[in-house]
Design a protein around this ligand. Sequence first.
Ligand code: SF4
Length: 60
Amino acid sequence: MKVRVDQDKCIGCGLCTSVAENVFSFNDDGKAQASNVAPDDEEAVESAISSCPVEAISKE
Ligand code: SF4
């Protein structure tokens, strides 16, 4: 699975970076960015996708 964060939508709330810290991190703009998703992290990523308040995370 691969995911991306829409930089225009992300408000930097930090939810995804705490729910799936292996995948999401903050970039220099204070927005979330995603790395490749290992199989063990997929459940946490699905949770982050459905919980993001501005629906900025999408699967590629
Ligand atoms: S949960 Fe959504 S809005 Fe919050 S930091 Fe992650 S991508 Fe950005």
